[in-house]
Design a protein around this ligand. Structure first.
Ligand code: 0X9
Ligand code: ZN
Length: 315
């Protein structure tokens, strides 16, 4: 197994565990000290740092926040987030330079650090956090049901600690979600777009997650941005398709998600969940040979998404 130390770069031809990703991040921050800044939002239940990187070419650009790997087994999300960081710092392509230089980027490549580690060591298909419960032998909470926005409404989460979509006893029961919410609140005037990276299914999902009966007042804009994202990906040589729409209307009801909380409570009107490759053939265990194709798709979609959000005056 190839260490990130050997080449100074990942190559993105395999998945990496947390220590390797953090070592790579250290290396990136040391290599690009003038435009990068490392941050930590706090510690996980098991005491790991939840680290992020800010990439900025000057003060007061509109900010874009990316949260990735809230679900442990979705390894393609941190692989893609690290690749994206590297592109922002090294690409010579004009549309990527434009993304890098026109916006302030805040990127957390691995949010659910404990679960991610567990998915590498013990159970490849682990999804939740790793905090035990007083009342059950089952472990962990679905971080993406633990935010305080329409918590547990409309059966969009489970009250059973053994369920994969267990919301937790209360909102913010997990130190990770609390840390993220506090951090996001502290920089709420610094970002306008929020993206949550997931897999799988190839969807671009807007609010709302908690209900399919109501839609945001700017839903038409969110659909227009979603269409731009989808056609940009469709136009690639790889040519695969992404479906867009509100979470609850195209996927299923999901209450207490990070995206809904950021949209409703922090009033960030461009907020999406992106469900990466594939459509179910390999599912969560996406072969490493598909990492780079997924990354290229994300970049094409991202350029179009940001461009459209800019034209619609959100950023
Ligand atoms: O169920 C989820 O949390 C996400 N799907 S996954 O298969 N990656 O677990 C979808 C969450 C979308 N939620 C909102 N945008 N509200
Ligand atoms: Zn997910």
């Amino acid at each position: 197994h190839v260490s990130s130390r050997d080449s100074g770069t990942f190559g993105w031809r395999q998945y990496h565990e947390l220590a390797e990703i953090y070592e790579w991040l250290d290396n990136i921050v040391a290599t690009y000290p003038t435009v990068t800044e490392e941050f930590s939002i706090g510690k996980s239940y098991e005491g790991r740092n939840i680290r992020g990187i800010k990439i900025s070419h000057g003060a007061n650009k509109p900010g874009i926040f990316i949260e990735s790997n809230i679900h442990a087994r979705e390894w393609i999300t941190s692989a893609t987030a690290t690749w994206f960081i590297n592109e922002l710092l090294t690409s010579q392509k004009e549309e990527v330079r434009n993304l890098a230089e026109s916006y302030d980027w805040y990127i957390i490549p691995v949010f659910n650090v404990d679960g991610f580690e567990y998915s590498h060591r013990s159970n490849r298909l682990w999804r939740k956090t790793r905090q035990p419960h007083a009342t059950s032998k089952c472990i962990g909470v679905d971080g993406n049901r633990n935010f305080d926005s329409h918590f547990m409404e409309n059966n969009g989460a489970s009250a059973d600690p053994c369920s994969e979509t267990y919301a937790g006893e209360d909102p913010w029961s997990e130190p990770e979600t609390k840390a993220l919410a506090d951090y996001l609140t502290s920089i709420k005037d610094k970002f306008d777009v929020y993206l949550s990276f997931h897999s799988y299914g190839q969807w671009l999902l807007s609010p709302y997650g908690h209900t399919a009966e109501e839609f945001p007042e700017n839903y038409n804009d969110l659909l227009e941005i979603g269409a731009a994202f989808g056609s940009a990906i469709k136009n690639l040589v790889y040519s695969t398709d992404y479906v867009h729409g509100s979470t609850a209307s195209v996927l299923y009801v999901a209450s207490g998600s990070s995206v809904d909380w950021v949209f409703n409570e922090l009033n960030k009107k461009v907020a999406y969940t992106i469900e990466f490759r594939d459509k179910g053939n390999f599912g969560f265990v996406l072969p490493p040979a598909q990492i780079l194709a997924n990354c290229e798709e994300l970049m094409a979609g991202m350029v179009a998404l940001i461009d459209k959000a800019h034209n619609l005056k959100y950023i």
